[in-house]
Design a protein around this ligand. Structure first.
Ligand SMILES: NC(=O)C1=CN([C@@H]2O[C@H](COP(=O)(O)OP(=O)(O)OC[C@H]3O[C@@H](n4cnc5c(N)ncnc54)[C@H](O)[C@@H]3O)[C@@H](O)[C@H]2O)C=CC1
Ligand SMILES: O=P(O)(O)OC[C@H]1O[C@](O)(CO)[C@@H](O)[C@@H]1O
Length: 402
């Protein structure tokens, strides 16, 4: 691609996938940036450089499209072009590549930082938009590995690393144009205000909300939207429901997910003074309503994918349970969600983590795996509850137990 002409400030976004095109890239373009997408998929990059725009299909009753313009693409291996672009008026770098891929984008981002140091360019912000607490901090650690001491010093002074939470359901979308994305109307992008630098140009990004209480917002989203989504997908899988819509329309699944979210909600409201019970209950209802959007076809296998990542400490399943444990609050619904996750084994799945989890349980036995994943002590009541729920779900399936 040619370097974009510098009439507009530039945002560089890594990952031209669902969230990249359907959310973050679109918000940045609408805020007045020229958005350079960096990706490994040549067909997407070529299409971006031919079309310079695409349609966002808003998936609701009044379905309509919004045009996203001023976009182009570059392959993530094309470091020379990436370096040339970084000499232009870049204000922000964002990512939406998947938590596991973050280390791979550290190198091209480090090249951008090195180039800007040599060119004596001013501050920019970096925001990793992934479903992972502190994803930007992880990215920063990976970038540091690529820099020498002087470059690290330049980075500390000139690069704002801001943690964020990113919330919009953007499932894979079938369309004639490979760039188009299908998105739900709801979106929320919340970024840590205190880590952002004054960039040049300093663009106000409508659609990016900033806060002093980022951890609270990250946990609210991860322990509600992602927690509920994951449990819906695992119970949907166990009940032979192929999509989130069909799963959440099943009354027993709806009530089980709702129960788990009320448990996590009670803990969130107790933990974070900025939330209150009434508002949080409305947030839960909105979340359940979003899962039931009849215009979205989202497969339970996509939402439940990589179960070991979702079963990590602090993530959407064990995170809210730990918070409930901290306050001595009920957590039966959440523990049942963990048991369901441990049974997530779609037939012929190519998901490496599905295979790994199944293999771990076969090799070590369920109780040992639960102990390893949770870090709880042998004999802990929650370990026994997960094991008990697992055996019930395995024996009788989900619906039959109600
Ligand atoms: N899809 C959704 O509804 C939401 C996703 N997220 C998070 O956003 C992130 C991205 O998710 P999706 O957009 O759904 O995934 P996706 O698979 O649609 O997009 C990821 C993109 O990253 C690209 N990529 C892979 N390796 C790369 C590399 N080395 N350099 C540059 N690009 C590379 C892929 O080719 C792909 O286009 C994940 O962390 C996910 O958890 C967060 C909220 C909503
Ligand atoms: O993208 P992940 O972390 O695998 O999880 C899927 C989840 O992310 C989302 O894509 C949106 O946050 C949801 O669809 C779902 O909760």
């Amino acid at each position: 691609m040619n370097v974009p002409n510098a009439e507009k400030p530039i945002a560089i976004h890594f990952g031209a996938g669902n969230i990249g095109r359907g959310f973050i890239g679109a918000v940045l373009s609408q805020a007045g940036f020229h958005v350079v997408f960096v990706d490994v998929q040549k067909d997407i990059i070529d299409a971006l450089n031919e079309e310079h725009g695409y349609d966002l299909h808003i998936l609701n009753n009044e379905s309509h499209t919004e045009r996203v313009e001023n976009v182009s693409g570059v392959m993530s291996t094309d470091l020379e072009t990436i370096k040339k672009i970084s000499k232009e008026p870049v204000s922000i770098i964002t990512t939406a590549v998947g938590a596991g891929v973050l280390p791979k984008v550290a190198k091209p981002i480090a090249e951008i930082i090195k180039t800007r140091m040599v060119d004596k360019r001013g501050p920019i912000d970096i925001v990793a938009c992934e479903n992972l607490q502190h994803a930007t901090d992880l990215l920063k650690e990976e970038i540091e590995k690529e820099l020498n001491d002087d470059e690290c010093e330049y980075m500390q002074e000139n690069i704002g690393f801001a943690v964020c939470t990113v919330d919009r359901i953007v499932p894979p979308f079938e369309s004639k144009n490979i760039l188009d994305a299908g998105v739900e109307p709801f979106y929320e992008w919340t970024v840590d205000r205190n880590s952002l630098k004054k960039t040049d140009p300093d663009v106000t990004i409508k659609g990016m909300h900033t806060t002093d209480n980022l951890d609270a917002y990250v946990q609210r989203k991860l322990f509600t939207l992602n927690c509920g989504h994951a449990i819906t997908s695992y119970l949907g899988f166990l009940s032979h429901k192929p999509t989130i819509l069909e799963a959440i329309q099943t009354p027993s699944i709806h009530s089980a997910v709702s129960k788990a979210l009320r448990e996590s909600g009670t803990a969130l409201v107790k933990k974070h003074a900025i939330f209150n019970e009434d508002d949080h209950n409305r947030y839960i209802e909105t979340t359940l309503h979003r899962f039931a959007n009849p215009h979205i076809q989202d497969e339970v296998t996509r939402v439940g994918k990589e179960p070991l990542r979702k079963l990590k400490k602090g993530d959407r399943l064990l995170g809210p349970i730990e918070m409930c444990r901290e306050f001595g609050l009920p957590r039966e619904g959440l523990l049942m969600g963990v048991a369901a996750a441990l049974l997530f084994a779609p037939k012929d799945s190519e998901d490496e983590q599905v295979k790994e989890l199944k293999g771990m349980i076969e090799e070590k036995g369920l109780r040992k795996v639960v102990l390893e994943l949770t870090g709880w002590e042998e004999g802990d009541e929650d370990v026994e509850k997960v094991v008990g729920e697992y055996e019930k779900l395995k024996g009788k399936g989900f619906d039959c137990r109600l």
